[in-house]
Design a protein around this ligand. Structure first.
Ligand code: SF4
Length: 376
């Protein structure tokens, strides 16, 4: 928050060693994540500097692994720790708040009674046996969720457990786990799914709310369109290899070492929508496909029950015009040219495909060849 004695956020950030230039760079990155033109950067910066707009936030953790809290705290660019925590008022977070016991509960009570706050939920909510499988301070998760959301402005469900039930909900679902949107329907529910959520998408969602006074447009699963508007396959750096029919056939084989396409190894990129290729993880240093493992569609509702290493039934034929053979052995390729084709081809095809997808959406059509029921 803005420190005592400071007149605005810029002064506070400067005292923390974050220059005006770094702050504006942060605004530019978030504006880009939101898929907004650069002309919006000053508006985003101005909204963040207005102290009066700091919304109170109550963060609840239920059936989860705390991976989303980790994701939130591990951003080392000026994001969560340096900017988001300065523009929101994080009144309650069981893992990282300084207060404990009755003091912590009082802070939460004050916020949820006043109302107008944002509730962030991490983890699924068990309903079986009156909800006894997740209790905090002697109260069940479902009770705590109902209380926190009663007067709230919105809920952000972070991670696939809060968004869709996740691992606790996998059959036979011993605790009767459900998602936030199974229980909350009187206020907007924004799902930032993923295992864990990407903190850049959380930041962008909060910044959108502060800048425009509303949450970003969402898809049919309540996920922001800026993060789930395209299939991963369209922006993947290995796409050039897919188009050329060069597939990894065994872990550690020559194709794997040269960065070829992971489709045959079960990559779900052709049916999963997420902005991982554009944002990356660990501060944009890498993402699973670049690291050599196929996408597991961790932001999709049923990803824990999918066969991870089974190829998906892809239907997209445009581009490329012809679906490459996944059986025929490819021509050998040098490591250098493989990397070049993978990167350049992926970017070019990704850009073309993105344009096709955008055009299709503008016309109200699903992109050609993509079966909508399979895209998640
Ligand atoms: S690695 Fe996955 S996302 Fe990338 S091109 Fe191959 S199938 Fe598509």
């Amino acid at each position: 928050m803005i420190l005592d004695g400071d007149k605005d956020l810029t002064t506070t950030l400067a005292r923390r060693g974050i220059s005006r230039r770094a702050f504006l760079k942060f605004c530019a990155v978030v504006t880009g994540t939101l898929a907004l033109p650069n002309t919006y950067i000053p508006r985003v910066a101005k909204a963040l500097e207005q102290a009066a707009l700091r919304p109170p936030v109550v963060w609840l953790e239920f059936q989860d692994c705390a991976g989303d809290s980790e994701s939130f705290l591990r951003a080392s660019r000026p994001t969560a720790g340096d900017v988001v925590l300065d523009v929101i008022s994080l009144d309650y977070h069981e893992t990282i708040m300084a207060a404990a016991g009755h003091l912590a509960e009082e802070a939460k009570q004050q916020t949820v009674t006043t109302g107008g706050h944002i509730v962030v939920v991490e983890g699924s909510i068990p309903l079986k046996d009156d909800g006894v499988y997740c209790c905090i301070g002697g109260r069940t998760a479902v009770d705590l969720l109902e209380e926190a959301t009663r007067n709230a402005a919105a809920v952000i469900a972070v991670g696939s457990c809060a968004a869709f039930g996740g691992l606790p909900k996998v059959s036979p679902n011993p605790t009767g786990a459900v998602s936030v949107m199974d229980l909350v329907d009187h206020i907007p529910v924004i799902n930032l799914s993923g295992c864990p959520m990407n903190v850049a998408n959380f930041t962008a969602t909060v910044v959108h709310y502060l800048t425009f006074g509303e949450f970003p447009a969402v898809d049919k699963l309540n996920r922001p369109l800026f993060a789930h508007g395209q299939i991963i396959h369209n922006n993947c750096e290995r796409r050039g290899h897919f188009n050329a029919g060069r597939f990894v056939r065994e872990w550690g084989d020559e194709g794997h070492r040269q960065g070829w396409c992971l489709y045959r190894m079960g990559c779900k990129g052709p049916v999963a929508t997420f902005n991982c290729p554009q944002l990356g993880w660990n501060d944009g240093t890498n993402w699973p496909v670049a690291a050599g493992h196929g996408c597991i569609a961790c932001a999709a509702p049923d990803f824990f029950e999918r066969a991870i290493y089974e190829p998906v039934n892809i239907q997209e034929v445009n581009p490329p015009d012809q679906y490459p053979s996944v059986e025929k052995a490819p021509e050998p390729l040098s490591a250098a040219s493989a990397g070049t084709i993978g990167t350049v081809g992926g970017l070019l095809v990704g850009a073309g495909a993105a344009a096709a997808v955008a055009a299709s959406r503008r016309n109200g059509h699903q992109p050609e060849g993509v079966r909508s029921e399979e895209v998640s």
